[in-house]
Design a protein around this ligand. Structure first.
Ligand code: SF4
Length: 208
């Protein structure tokens, strides 16, 4: 068994499983005798130590339980339980996350785009260190752009506050379009924003 072989299951609803779906997933995991499972930092399910051939068969069986991946979309969306499940939540981060997972673009984005959405200011999904970070306040959604939590970290900058669901989805799409049209290949939003600047981004997306 090659312990470095693994697969990550995409699109499992931002880490949220219904008990029935979880039962089905566990049955498949047991059928293929997966040596170890891990909840990843992206709120996905890593299946570790699998044989390459078995991995393909397991992926096919899991497909009906996973979300389709958007064309040229974001790498992943993390969302907290929000107002549906958390007593502090003032907005529905899971519903918003489902909309952002569907964002698609005519061309691939220049680099990985990670999205973090939080249903209140406590910001449990760390939106300030995500490429697109969104958190709720009593006034509506705040969108921050250009954050990164990696080896060269950067805090994202606020683009706009007090947004409705439709406005924040639209603004995320516009920010990512500007990034797509102006960033160098493989440049993450943090490096792009250091060069492009928040004022230029605001001018481009808030004037449209
Ligand atoms: S960010 Fe707020 S709503 Fe979301 S899990 Fe944390 S405390 Fe709850």
């Amino acid at each position: 068994m090659n312990q470095k072989t693994y697969t990550v299951v995409p699109g499992l609803n931002m880490g949220l499983f219904s008990p029935k779906d979880l039962e089905k997933i566990v049955a498949i995991i047991n059928k293929y005798d997966v040596p170890m499972t891990k909840i990843t930092s992206a709120q996905r399910l890593g299946l570790l130590g699998m044989d390459e051939e078995e991995q393909q068969k397991l992926k096919a069986e899991l497909k009906p339980l996973t979300r389709p991946v958007a064309v040229n979309g974001v790498h992943y969306v993390q969302a907290c339980p929000g107002s549906q499940w958390c007593k502090f939540g003032t907005s529905d981060s899971l519903a918003l996350g489902a909309r952002l997972e569907k964002l698609s673009f005519a061309e691939p984005l220049p680099g990985k785009v990670k999205v973090g959405i939080s249903g209140c200011r406590m910001s449990c999904t760390e939106p300030y260190v995500r490429d697109v970070g969104i958190f709720a306040t009593k006034k509506g959604w705040t969108l921050v752009f250009g954050g990164n939590g990696g080896g060269n970290p950067r805090l994202g900058e606020v683009v706009a506050e007090g947004l409705t669901d439709d406005q924040v989805v639209d603004l995320a799409q516009k920010c990512l379009t500007v990034y797509q049209q102006n960033a160098k290949t493989k440049s993450r939003t943090a490096r792009f924003m250091e060069r492009f600047g928040i004022d230029a981004l605001k001018e481009a997306v808030l004037a449209k």
